[in-house]
Design a protein around this ligand. Structure first.
Ligand code: SF4
Ligand code: SF4
Length: 458
């Protein structure tokens, strides 16, 4: 008998003993499948030197081909030379030859220059992932310590991207309301690897993609457009740095109002290189710009859908959607989320990973809204998180997801439209969700990039 590890491609000969772990990547028993045909030979995946998200240290690479197997079999990209920047290959490379493209040294240079104001925006999944670098148990919620660490590193302001997530819910729900009237399916747009994938492989779906910028994109634009002026700060001398679990954000922010992206793993390097004792840090609060718990759950699969439908329901009925009015069902490869408005049933799906998405596309007409995340379980499992043992990955990502959802109960603000900073923003500047000004600042036009794959496959 011959069994193949679907995580790294290791071939096991003979019977599979119970509780077996892959000797190469430590994936557990369930990752193996019985194979009979001769295996194709895998070489290292091509990593373009200009790839803004990932980097290969050639001296460490043993050409084992695990990155190619990960990319083909787990991420679902069959074409060498096409990269959606997700960083999942970093997570499975057995020698550490693949890393995020490091930008934290540039951040340190700006921080050291007193003529610059440096602002950090922190994504939800960082606070439940950073503890892995400092010996905490998986999923520990370390928001206060993370803020303290960023201040100690020297950031002038630390804002929460949950504010950008609330704003995304306000705009995306407004867009969805319009699409419901037109009976047009809408896909979420906050995962840059998914947006990249659809632009390359499914340009026919671009009209169904929400035009909303991602939470980081929205928050950075609002800071530049309004808040810097309020505080008398010079935009040219202000650097906005997103701290994220995601390598793909390094690609997304090119030519936007956000200047740099550092991953959770880069943040852990900064903390170590500056000899900051993370465990002994006190807890600090964010500086003013902050979000609701609806923004916090953006970090895990289904979180975007729940946040957006709460706002949509409010737009349609004028009241809060309560948990017992929502039906949530695990359908195996996706989560079905349904609720009723008057007599109409709104059906949504939350799906993660491209292979699952491809399956879902065969029944896409059953849904009004589909949330897509490239990484299994959402941003909590992003390619910029701290490296984790392969056989523990499911356990770790579930702990992180649970930890974020735990913040979505009382006494936290659960609805984006109740966030006082969001209310003020619309009152003082944007008028209404979907207004002309909101569209100008918070929405984008997606590009058809299908020529990339056509060229590579010629
Ligand atoms: S997984 Fe790592 S070591 Fe193996 S081929 Fe890819 S970069 Fe090289
Ligand atoms: S970053 Fe993602 S898409 Fe790019 S090579 Fe790695 S696994 Fe493949």
């Amino acid at each position: 008998m011959k069994y193949k590890c679907n995580n790294c491609g290791f071939i096991h000969f003979g019977e599979m003993p119970d509780g077996y772990y892959c000797p190469l990547c430590h994936a557990n028993f369930s990752y193996f499948e019985l194979v009979s045909e001769e295996e194709k030979k895998y070489n290292r995946k091509t990593v373009d030197i200009n790839n803004p998200s990932i980097n290969r240290v050639y001296e460490r690479c043993i050409n084992c081909g695990v990155c190619t197997r990960t990319c083909e079999n787990i991420v679902g990209i069959k074409c060498d030379g096409v990269c959606i920047k997700c960083g999942q290959c970093i997570m499975t490379c057995p020698t550490g030859a693949l890393t995020p493209k490091y930008d934290y040294k540039k951040v340190m240079e700006y921080i050291a220059d007193p003529s610059y104001t440096v602002i950090a925006l922190t994504s939800p999944a960082v606070r439940v992932g950073i503890g892995d670098a400092f010996g905490y148990k998986p999923g520990e919620f370390l928001e206060g310590k993370m803020v303290s660490a960023l201040k100690k590193i020297g950031f002038d302001y630390v804002f929460d991207t949950t504010f950008g997530a609330d704003l995304t819910s306000m705009e995306e729900a407004f867009e969805l309301k319009d699409r419901l009237e037109k009976k047009s399916l809408m896909f979420s747009s906050c995962c840059p690897s998914w947006v990249n994938y659809v632009s390359i492989y499914h340009p026919e779906l671009i009209p169904n993609l929400s035009t909303c910028k991602s939470p980081i994109g929205m928050e950075a634009s609002i800071i530049r457009e309004f808040y810097l002026k309020e505080d008398g700060l010079d935009s040219k001398k202000t650097i906005i740095v997103a701290v994220t679990p995601c390598t793909s954000k390094k690609y997304e922010i090119i030519n936007t109002d956000c200047d740099l992206v550092i991953t959770t793993s880069e943040l852990s390097h900064m903390i170590r290189e500056l000899n900051i004792d993370f465990k002994s840090l006190d807890e600090s609060d964010f500086d003013t710009v902050n979000g609701s718990s609806s923004g916090t759950i953006y970090g895990a699969s289904s979180g975007v859908t729940l946040s957006v439908i709460r706002v949509l329901f409010y737009y349609l009925t004028g009241r809060d959607l309560t948990s017992d009015e929502i039906s949530i069902k695990n359908k195996g490869y996706y989560t079905e989320i349904k609720f009723k408005v008057n007599k109409e049933i709104i059906t949504c799906a939350a799906v993660s990973t491209i292979p699952n998405l491809e399956k879902l596309l065969t029944i896409k007409d059953e849904f009004n809204f589909i949330e897509v995340m490239n990484c299994a379980g959402g941003c909590i499992n992003g390619g910029g998180q701290i490296l984790m043992p392969q056989n523990e990955r499911d356990k770790i990502k579930n702990a992180r997801s649970k930890s974020l959802f735990k913040k979505d109960i009382k006494p936290y603000i659960k609805y984006a439209y109740k966030n006082p900073i969001i209310k003020d923003l619309y009152e003082d500047y944007l008028n209404n969700p979907g207004s002309k000004l909101a569209h100008k600042i918070l929405h984008i036009k997606h590009k058809d990039l299908s020529n990339i794959v056509n060229k590579k496959e010629d």
